[in-house]
Design a protein around this ligand. Sequence first.
Ligand SMILES: [Zn+2]
Length: 236
Amino acid sequence: MLLIVLAVIVSVVIFASFCVFFDQAVLTRSGTIYRVKTDKKMVALTFDDGPSEVWTPLILDELKKAGIKATFFMIGRHVKKYPEIARRVVKEGHLIANHGFAHCVMLYYQPPEIEEEIKYTEHIIKEVTGVTTKYFRPPKAWLRREIKEHIKSLGYEVILWSLNSKDWVNFNHKKIVRYLSRKVRNGDILLFHDSGNVFSTEGGTRNQTVKSITLLVKTLKEQGYEFVTVEELING
Ligand SMILES: [Zn+2]
């Protein structure tokens, strides 16, 4: 019994350390857009896993106060559940992008399965908001190189990130902002979440994410940065 408890504790510690100290996106970046080479002091804030009934509206309020636009990589089944919130995101001028329907790890998916995830989500988002998505972010960044080519053939760009806020394991918004403002460079794509927690894409608290927006925007604006959507960043 003691051995089982120890094994569980060790597994949790290893998993937590992996989450905190390592960003798996560095392993799968090739063939994707994870930052944009530019001389302009521009960065893009991105929010994954929403819409959430609770947190997306609060994040939208903060973005509105800050007067900036962001990009939301939405999960198809969450758009189905909270269509009004998805519509609000579009109405307020933000970019909606595709994060698949069920948030499955797609590392071993075959082209038809990937196509179904992306196209079904595209259909839902189009029906709810009128927007046809062009940018796709694979859940947890896991994707094989061959599959990236297939996604491009569907008319999509695969978007990852260059700076990970780790807002799903970091519970102090000042630390999040300190880390990001120290690391930030022109053309960075910053990862946040507007739904979920360590174990799930729903529920959880995004309180630190909400709190970090105002402070981050203030800090980076002082450094001369402008906030744009992923599309604006790519188009320069
Ligand atoms: Zn996600």
